[in-house]
Design a protein around this ligand. Structure first.
Ligand code: GLP
Length: 268
């Protein structure tokens, strides 16, 4: 059964996602997280920083692996995901520098960097809890439609459409990065728990398709349907089509539980 928790707006969604992570870290301080970038988790990171400042969460034993990073961007480039993480999370919390991981954007050998990253995840004991965003075309990390589901961390070629949505690259059509390193769908699916965080109405058609459509490589997020511990948290805008389709599903073909509460999330 996939549990989908729906919130009135982005603020409530962000707060609730932060609560889920805070409870997890309090319960399992040594947890190994997978973390996304993009616009969706910005509110979540803000809430985590505030909670840390209030003394409500201690990251000192936690380990985190970012999901992806551009290639061929100088270290510290403002559009790199490492710079994003530093700005929005790392510099504000006590996650030990040795336990915050992100693929290098300037590796000597990108393929070796992928192997190193996948090995580092394995050596940390594997991902316990991965937070994911989703692209409007259903991509997760930089796994675009067509990516096989057993892939480990790998080098991928960026699509123009995905890059054009990023505010920084939107304005710089001629100097966009060409490739990225991303955890593969195989890496993501191996995470013991997955939280898919979705907001905004533009994601509504793809969220519906990802959870109720046939699982297919054309929609990378649909690979999560079979995950034994998938939790989806969405604002009501992104969940609108899904809710409608479940209302029409009188025969309950889809094994989806809609709720508005995060209570009991770790009790199963
Ligand atoms: C990017 C990232 C993904 C992210 C997705 C959605 O391409 N590589 O990790 O989840 O787009 O981004 P946003 O949250 O800005 O909609």
């Amino acid at each position: 059964m996939i549990r989908v928790v729906i919130f009135r707006d982005y603020r409530e969604l962000s707060r609730a996602c932060a609560q889920v992570l805070i409870r997890l870290i309090r319960r399992e301080p040594c947890t190994v997280l997978g973390l996304p970038t993009g616009s969706t988790p910005l509110g979540l990171y803000r809430e985590l920083v505030n909670a840390h400042v209030r003394g409500e969460v201690d990251f000192s034993s936690t380990t985190a692996f970012n999901i992806d990073e551009y290639l061929d961007l100088r270290i510290g480039h403002p559009a790199s995901f490492a710079a994003y993480m530093m700005k929005h999370l790392w510099q504000h919390i006590n996650l030990h520098p040795e336990r915050r991981h992100i693929p290098s954007s300037m590796p000597v050998d990108p393929v070796e960097e992928c192997v190193r990253y996948e090995t580092a995840i394995r050596d940390a004991g594997g991902l316990d809890f991965t937070v994911l965003g989703m692209g409007v075309n259903g991509h997760i990390g930089f796994n675009e439609p067509g990516t096989p589901w057993d892939t480990p961390t790998h080098v991928t070629t960026l699509t123009k459409a995905t890059l054009a949505r990023h505010p920084y690259w939107k304005a710089r059509a001629t100097i966009r990065p060409v490739q990225a390193i991303t955890m593969g769908i195989g890496t993501i699916r191996s995470s013991r728990r997955v939280l898919l965080m979705v907001s905004r109405s533009e994601k509504a058609p793809m969220l519906e398709r990802a959870l109720t459509g046939p699982p297919t490589v054309d929609c990378p997020a649909s690979s999560l349907q079979g995950h034994p511990h998938l939790l989806v948290m969405s604002d009501r805008h992104a969940a609108s089509r899904l809710v409608k389709s479940l209302e029409d599903d009188s025969q309950h073909r889809h094994r989806i539980l809609l709720t508005s509460s995060i209570e009991g999330i770790f009790s199963e």
